[in-house]
Write a protein that binds this ligand. Sequence first.
Ligand SMILES: NC(=O)C1=CN([C@@H]2O[C@H](COP(=O)(O)OP(=O)(O)OC[C@H]3O[C@@H](n4cnc5c(N)ncnc54)[C@H](O)[C@@H]3O)[C@@H](O)[C@H]2O)[C@H](O)CC1
Ligand SMILES: [K+]
Length: 505
Amino acid sequence: MHIVTANEMYEMDRVAMEKGGIDGRILMENAGRSITESMIPLLAKNSRILILVGAGNNGGDGFVIGRTLCNQRFHVTVLQLVPDEKIRGDAAYHKQLYINFGGKVHVDDQGKEIAAFLKEATVVIDAIFGIGIKGKLRPPFHQIIEAVNQSNTVKLSVDIPSGIPADEGVSFDTGVWADYTFVIEAPKMSAFLQHTAKYYGKWEVVKIGLPLASFDQVTARKVWTEEQVHFTLPKRDDYSHKGTHGKGLIVGGSREMPGSIAMTALSSLRSGAGLVSVGTVNEVIPSIVSHCAEATFIPLDSEKGVITGSQCLDYSVYNAIAIGMGMGRSEDTAELTRQLIKEANCPVIVDADGLYHISDDLELLKQREFPSILTPHPGEMSRLTGIPVKEIISKPFRIAEEFSKTYQVHLILKGPFTIVTDPKGKQWVNTSGNAGLAKGGSGDVLSGILLSMVMQPQLLVEALANGCYIHGKAADNLIVNKHSKQDLLATDVIQGLASVFRTFS
Ligand SMILES: NC(=O)C1=CN([C@@H]2O[C@H](COP(=O)(O)OP(=O)(O)OC[C@H]3O[C@@H](n4cnc5c(N)ncnc54)[C@H](O)[C@@H]3O)[C@@H](O)[C@H]2O)[C@H](O)CC1
Ligand SMILES: [K+]
């Protein structure tokens, strides 16, 4: 499933019309018909449906929906929120069809009658604005949208909740708080941004007949779906041995933070890694063993419970390495991080304190011949880039793309919608997971899962996207009957991995 910006969607439209030869009026007909079909299960025969229509093609979709619902004997009222002369082109054509079929249009371009119409309605179909909204809402639309939000109606938005921009990095006034959004052809970026996603309510994609093959030329952003997990997650071969599933090294831990690396080691083993070695300070090894008897250890030189700088580690025997969890932020651990990044001839996952250390040495990443995988949350991304957290949350796709391309890394920008970006800028969004994961230790568990995935026989980006999916899905399964978002702990997520792997094996 592709994710688009407004311009990318217009480009798809252009391709469909100019190259495909399909008429815009047919696309609008398809949009309105498909949405109506998907909407009907949510409607009761006695629903009093109010369709709010704006000036653009989103409003045009509203007229098609109006005609189609009237034709099926639903009780429909269309309220046009702009003067007649503003309804043009394909929307005007479909307005006329709606009228020809016996539909009535009420015009309220001042927003004076909206309250009265809302009072009579049980369902609002929001076709005020689509992806064409620009700048601050002009009067009276702010007031109209607020009135819709305050009304006691079920709110069904067409393509996008009106008022919400399609793109990232765009400020907005207010938007319809939809119960349900029928997204045309491809979800827009704002469905995956934490400040706008909540306006969509539940959403589903409706198809209107755009040439699917063209999406790949128009956008390099996709949702990582459960279906793809089914296709790509390697099945364990009956005749495999521990070597088949990779040997991983985890470097980190300190006297003050022995738990992080223990969780990484355990989650990695629980995700199928053949062998896991932990390079850490001697004194924390017994506590890690108590959680994870299957790991082997490389005691590293340490001072005051923290790993010291130069270590004689043979990186060549590993299929992948993860560094940083609970490691501490001394100059010594910084030196070790730099050394490992320079010398390791296999994929390296850099997390937590490892990310802290490389923030000032990002150029090192460009020199690596093997993949570098960075797993920052927005705070860590802010340190890596010098960009404020607020801006990262507001335009994560663009910032992640630029960073991955510049430093030639695979970036996993963590959040409610984790974005995996490859060094060419291709992106996949993970949608599993819940707020129960917003706790210390979650990242350590994710790093362990990723380490294990990277060592399995699958493409690197698939391994990373699958790792994110599995981590979130374990948490989703756990809050269904065993835990809640409140009490869920990172260690529970490790226990929950079994439920996910069983589904996909
Ligand atoms: N292939 C497709 O995706 C199809 C999508 N369809 C629908 O068309 C809309 C996009 O239509 P467009 O006309 O470009 O934009 P809008 O409907 O969002 O309307 C813009 C409209 O609103 C006015 N406006 C803009 N900004 C403001 C503001 N800040 N305050 C007040 N008014 C504003 C402006 O005057 C414009 O006239 C898409 O979302 C789908 O729903 C097609 O129907 C089928 C193909
Ligand atoms: K809308």
